[in-house]
Design a protein around this ligand. Structure first.
Ligand SMILES: *Cc1c(COP(=O)(O)O)cnc(C)c1O
Length: 356
């Protein structure tokens, strides 16, 4: 398979914008090439210079943790930017299509709609695993990508590895595995498979386990041709200097992040057990992520009860296959206790123990 043939025609011939930093990379003491403010910036840090368009220092630090070479790493303004760029680079509007597997993360569809790309939906099976037969039927010559979210949002489960491998071995377009929640999963990442499949794209993010949602930093790992195409299409300075600096500092604190992952996983399992004991809870789905999908008797009523107490969860009760379900992010120990306390039925007040 030649990845270059998958690109849109206009992207094949695109001449990317060449920045001042692209055109001169050597050492110099006087930079009069980018129309910056030569005096400085009105902040303690020096933000008057444009940032490195390819974020090489940050990618180098990420590479040490992930084991993926810099040439196989793309950084975006959140994974959402990588998703959008994949559409813009590979899908001809009004012609190509992509396959998504609902219930799943909403941005795959929104981004397709923005880019005028047809979406083909193949629902997950009732056990939230892939329907390989229906996926095979949905693929045609214009199918450019399949989005597989594992662990999946909002269901929380990991997708069976062998099923993903079947798709990787047979599908001729890009297989995008969104691993936003991989740090919380028992299943291991597909990063080791990158060298085997040129059409594999893995998305990860600093927004969840890394605790940096506000910085907007997402990662895409893939073969050299895919990464080169994304770099060609991206806005020249898509990761700002503050984000690059702060993410580099955060990468020094991996121990803290690993400790939080351990607590989150143990709290997830504790919270799942406590939720399952509540009379209003019909089902707690097993989770490989940092949230729990729970089916309750009255989703909207429970949602509103929680809002009244200042606790916000995500109402997924209208989503197909998630009827009656709330998606609950695992909080701190205290927050989880508070949630359970609010949901625990109170014995009637004032009356005698046994009025009869
Ligand atoms: C939260 C989430 C992301 C993260 O998106 P960012 O743009 O990196 O914040 C990506 N994919 C899924 C499935 C998510 O739930």
């Amino acid at each position: 398979m030649d990845i270059k043939d998958l690109q849109r025609e206009n992207i094949k011939t695109l001449k990317p914008y060449s920045t001042a930093r692209d055109e001169f990379k050597g050492q110099a003491s006087v930079f009069l090439d980018a129309n910056e403010n030569s005096f400085g910036s009105p902040l303690p840090a020096n933000y008057n210079r444009y940032p490195d368009p390819l974020q090489l220092d940050l990618k180098d630090a990420i590479s040490k943790i992930k084991g993926v070479p810099i040439e196989n790493t793309f950084l975006g303004n959140g994974s959402d930017e990588a998703i959008d760029l994949l559409y813009r680079a590979f899908c001809n509007p009004g012609k190509d299509n992509v396959i998504i597997l609902p219930p799943t993360y909403g941005m795959y569809e929104v981004s397709a709609n923005i880019n005028d790309v047809e979406i083909r939906k193949v629902d997950l099976l009732p056990n939230f695993q892939l329907d390989l037969e229906k996926i095979a039927e949905a693929i045609d010559a214009n199918t450019k990508m399949i989005f597989i979210c594992s662990p999946n949002n909002p269901t929380g489960n990991s997708i069976n590895r062998t099923d993903i491998e079947t798709i990787l071995a047979n599908f001729k377009g890009l297989v995008v595995i969104d691993e936003a929640y991989i740090n919380f999963a028992k299943q291991k990442t597909f990063i080791q498979e990158l060298t085997e499949y040129a059409n594999l794209v893995i998305l990860q993010t600093f927004s969840k386990a890394w605790g940096l949602a506000a910085l907007r930093l997402g990662m895409a790992f893939s073969s050299r041709p895919v990464i080169d195409i994304l770099n060609k299409v991206k806005p020249p300075y898509n990761i700002n200097q503050a984000t690059q600096d702060l993410a580099l500092a955060a990468l020094e604190n991996i121990q803290q992040v690993n400790d939080w992952i351990k607590i989150t996983v143990s709290e997830r399992d504790r919270l799942s057990n406590l939720l399952a004991k509540l009379p209003m809870v019909k089902k707690v789905y097993p989770s490989d992520a940092n949230f729990i999908l729970a089916q309750v008797d009255d989703a909207l009523g429970t949602y509103n009860l929680l809002v009244d107490k200042g606790i916000i969860v995500r109402d997924r009760s209208k989503v197909s296959l998630c009827e009656g379900c709330l998606r609950i992010t695992v909080g701190t120990v205290e927050e989880n206790d508070e949630l359970i306390r609010v949901l625990t039925p109170q014995p009637p007040k004032g009356g005698a123990e046994n009025p009869a």
